[in-house]
Write a protein that binds this ligand. Structure first.
Ligand code: PGA
Length: 253
């Protein structure tokens, strides 16, 4: 069975260097007792260096964003090359919170290219803001996927992980998580879109994760009933006890 991928997205939640290091070492300890798992911790840029130095076979480090340019006069931006240089192996691309700050589909596509050019593994986030009964939101989802993958050759598309995160399910003001059954339906839809762009084999190998209000009570049902290849966890990833339960839920499926 393919490894389950559990991503911890610490966003810009207030974490001191000391606290961050403590949580990170607890996560490494918890992951060391769970087989068939890959944990990717995505702290602020400022913690990446010290975390990457201490990565393990099961716990690696990812960035929450990157620049859409390779290098140059882009004050405040961080390039894919600089992330690789630190030993970062993955990067979240197109998170809805970045999209809300102005990253459109074109920018997301450029970021995907920069990540892949440096052989960073992009975790591409897609998800609709709201649903309509006619199902137009599926077209929105399809466009997010198609535009992000444009001109990416098949040999590179295999490095990509997709996280389906309906925006209405993200954060403390959310309606709550989607259901495992709903996630399963959307992941089948996403695989169909990928099969049309590439082929069936690629569509079945790309990991699709669920994200949005994942916690210790629902993690195992998304992995089991929802057949998610993994989870993208926001708030609960900063609570080592909760995140420990989420990691261990891989053992329950
Ligand atoms: P949440 O965030 O788990 O806090 O809802 C998920 C995400 O934004 O990736």
């Amino acid at each position: 069975m393919a490894k389950k991928i559990i991503v911890a997205n610490w966003k810009m939640y207030s974490v001191s260097r000391k606290k961050g290091r403590e949580i990170y070492s607890k996560i490494k300890k918890q992951a060391s007792s769970v087989k068939g798992i890959e944990v990717i911790v995505c702290p602020s840029f400022l913690l990446l260096d010290s975390f990457a130095e201490k990565k393990t076979a099961r716990v690696s480090v990812g960035a929450q964003d990157l620049s859409f340019e390779k290098e140059g006069p882009f004050t405040g931006s961080v390039s894919a090359g600089a992330l690789c240089d630190l030993g970062v192996s993955s990067v979240i691309v197109g998170h809805s919170e970045r999209r809300a700050l102005g990253d459109g589909n074109e920018v997301v596509a450029k970021k995907m290219k920069q990540a892949l050019a440096s052989r960073l593994r992009p975790i591409l986030c897609v998800g609709e803001k709201e649903r309509d009964v006619e199902g137009a939101y599926l077209g929105f989802l399809k466009e997010q996927i198609t535009s992000a993958l444009v001109k990416i050759p098949p040999e590179l598309v295999k490095l990509i992980t997709i996280a389906y995160e309906p925006v209405w399910a993200i954060g403390k003001d959310a309606k709550g998580a989607a259901t495992p059954g709903d996630f399963l339906e959307k992941s089948i839809f996403i695989r169909r879109v990928i099969a049309d762009l590439y082929d069936q084999k690629i569509a079945t190998t790309i990991p699709i994760l669920y994200g949005g209000s994942v916690d210790e009570t629902n993690a195992s049902s998304f992995l089991g009933e929802g057949r998610a290849q993994g989870l993208l966890v926001g708030r609960a990833s900063l609570d080592p006890r909760s995140f420990g339960v989420i990691i261990k839920s891989v053992n329950n499926i």
